[in-house]
Design a protein around this ligand. Structure first.
Ligand code: FEO
Length: 395
């Protein structure tokens, strides 16, 4: 159902309480999500974005309750991914000639998804659309997070429709940031940044400074996922600047997999050594085979250093650690230290393999790592503790 945001702007999106996985299996969404679409009524009527494909019929039916579809003068698609453009086909089946404003790259992505030659109007940064008392200003936002992304700014109401940027996979009945649990909100906003935007931090900084230079007054940031930033909306912009600046907290995260608990015991002994050497540092341990990979990525995002451990399996490393290392390579974390560890019975290649993967992923590997045969005995556990104590000095 629709919700009024201002006299001229109505939320016409979908709250998806059931969503648990996004981008296929790539991203966990423990708190669901929303697909936010907005209807602007000025002298002209504009729809900003739609919803994810499975909800296209529901979206069009709800929109019909709000407005006669023929009254929609323009559609703005800020980004072509199907969680936002998914209802476009069903909508344009009803109002086929309606102009669709989007970037040149979004024409490509929309044609790629839907194979339709709709009435596209390509826009670039600085282009405007008069809609009556207000004006829409388009700002390309390449790589936030796709090459086709853009922001749309509405004068008068001073609303930035930012699409994915500043969003969160967070289902909430209340639409505004000051009406929800802020610990949950910020965890989900950080998880979104860590897992989706980290590779594009350079673009994020550049775009935010460009936006600030435009001196736009911003009363609200209407994202395409999660809540609207209405109370002190620039708080999330400033947070993004912090996150984009090689973010880290005083945290060390130890991620491991284990077959017969040898590598787990190593992880725990290393953690003990770190704690003895530095009581101020936050230390967290995750078994990668048991914990959600995207939550682990969020913890890595927060860390100044990580330790990665795997037993040697068939002269290689465990499936879960290999997958995680592949993820962090793609995300391109910067300014983080790392080390490797692992138990083995026979050949013992895991530490070398992890070290190489960490270097490829851009981490500074601070030592050769530590290997232990079989299950660590008291002496081996002491060596792991000493490894932890020394690591504190090395980072
Ligand atoms: Fe929310 Fe990039 O789609």
């Amino acid at each position: 159902m629709s919700r009024k945001i201002t006299d001229k702007v109505t939320w016409v999106g979908k709250i998806d309480w059931e969503l648990k996985r996004f981008h296929g299996e790539e991203l966990s969404t423990h708190r669901g999500s929303t697909y936010n679409a907005y209807l602007i009524r000025d002298e002209k009527t504009v729809l900003i974005d739609t919803v994810w494909k499975p909800y296209e019929k529901e979206f069009v039916e709800n929109l019909k309750k709000e407005i006669d579809l023929k009254e929609i003068d323009y559609i703005v698609i800020n980004h072509g991914e199907i969680d936002h453009s998914g209802a476009l086909e069903a909508l344009l089946n009803e109002i086929p000639d309606t102009p669709v404003y989007c970037t040149a790259n979004a024409v490509k992505s929309l044609k790629g998804h839907y194979h339709k030659d709709w009435n596209f109007v390509q826009v670039k940064t600085g282009d405007t659309l008069d809609i009556g008392e207000s004006k829409l200003i388009f700002v390309e936002a390449r790589m936030l997070h796709w090459p086709d992304s853009m922001f749309t700014y509405m004068t008068g109401e001073n609303i930035l429709f930012s699409n994915d940027a500043f969003g969160q996979h967070y289902a909430a009945e209340k639409l505004f940031n000051d009406k929800v649990d802020n610990d949950e909100l910020y965890y989900e906003a950080m998880k979104y940044y860590a897992n989706i935007l980290t590779p594009f931090s350079g673009f994020v900084k550049k775009k935010i400074y460009e936006l600030l230079d435009m001196n736009l007054s911003i009363n609200m940031i209407c994202t395409s996922h999660g809540v609207i930033w209405k109370d002190n909306p620039l708080q999330i912009v400033n947070k993004y600047l912090e996150w984009a600046n090689d973010y880290q907290e005083n945290q060390i995260t130890i991620v491991y997999d284990t077959m017969w608990n040898g590598t787990r015991r190593m992880a725990e002994a290393i953690a003990e050594g770190i704690r003895e050497a530095d009581s101020s540092v936050v230390i967290k341990l995750y078994n990668a085979a048991k914990f959600d990979k995207n939550d682990i990525i969020t913890e890595i995002f927060k860390s100044k250093a990580i330790l990665v451990g795997s037993p040697t399996i068939n002269r290689g490393i465990s499936y879960s650690i290999a997958g995680l290392l592949e993820m962090i390579k793609g995300l391109g974390f910067k300014n983080k230290k790392a080390a490797a560890f692992g138990a083995y019975g026979w050949s013992g290649e895991s530490v070398k393999i992890i070290n190489e993967a960490l270097e490829k992923a851009g981490f500074t590997v601070v030592n050769d790592g530590i290997r232990v045969t079989w299950n660590p005995d008291a002496q081996a556990a002491d060596e792991c503790k000493e490894f932890g104590r020394t690591l504190v000095k090395q980072i």
